[in-house]
Design a protein around this ligand. Sequence first.
Ligand SMILES: [Zn+2]
Length: 421
Amino acid sequence: MYILVSCPVRGEEPVVVEAFRVRALPEGGCDHLLEFLRLYRDAVQMVVDSVWGLKAKLSKKRLHRLFYSDLVKLGLRAHHAKEVYLYAKSLVDSARGSGGRKPVLRRLSARIDRYDYRLDLGNTTLTLKLHSGYEVKLRLVTSRGRVERFRGWSNYELVVKYDKGGFWVSVYFKRSVRTVEPRTVMSIDLNFDNVTLAVLTLDGKLIRLKRFKTPHRRILTHRIWIERIQGRYPRSWRFIRGVRRAIERHGERIRSTSWDYAHKLGDLIAELALRFRSVVVLEDLEKLRENGKKDRRFNKRLGLWFYRRVQFCVEYEARERGLEIVKVDPRGTSSKCPRCGGKLVEDAHRVLRCRKCGFVGDRDVTAAVNIYRKYVSKHPRCGVSGVAPNAPKPDENPSGMQGNRDEAMKNTSSCMNSYES
Ligand SMILES: [Zn+2]
């Protein structure tokens, strides 16, 4: 999966980091690799044991002075030693931070510095430099397509693990992303059955409106099936194999449908945002929980996980393209008039009306415009704090978008069908 690091240090370019996790088969026996992993684990434990008793803060320099020569004497290479004491320190720090006990390592895993391995993406092989001058060559069990993705990225560290009788490698890749200077704002409103996005210029002109259907109803159907089965066997469902299987199958459908959708939508949205050079504005779902009020756009039964997943993919894809992401407080986005701030009431199905000023608008588009306004009010470079001059009129709302309505679904349908068989 991905890890995101955005603007780690002020003035530095944002960086995308991704772990490439793959099974690895040692060529010509695995004795030395296993021996190395045991040695590494015991070395980390040794450092943990000694550091645990010390009260003083330990700098990198001090750690080096205390442990380096002992570690090298064990047969570890210079960079192994560095990784060992830094990893041990991080374990101790996090155990102390959470008030836990002294860490005891059981699993066999080692972090290896860039200088101690050679990765050949073309031949999908990896050579690790081990203790006492040993080397091991591993064949990575992967496809060409997965590897191709990382051409041009830089790899900087890896973790090798022995788990359930096999070796696993996670190589960390990173690359910097140039930032795109925003010319427009794309606000995204997530709903139960659709995702609505609006692209507006910095001075408030609406230039694009798009609506994508979500697979929520289908996900909810699987969820209801799970609940129904669990309800029928309230005590025993966990222990009856066939019943547990049926539940797992529905769970698997939910997972695959939602990930597939989120990835494709994230990609589509980010492409569009890149084309318009937009800053992407989303609602802060964490704030939604803090506010304590359930927004009726979000289905209680589904919870927020799906929206988080979609946001995660939108954010990832956008960052990867060097686009800026901003989150705004979702309070009032679906209940306040974008023209006068008055309270909106439901006028007809999906249509909201302001009693104060007479504004009438499609529910989702209104929310998207409100999200835009929240962004603008906090980012004065846009200069406009009032309502978008051409805020959508009621008649141009849903019908104007009909043509683009289900684009996300059209593109994903071929993949989705395979889950339905
Ligand atoms: Zn109003």
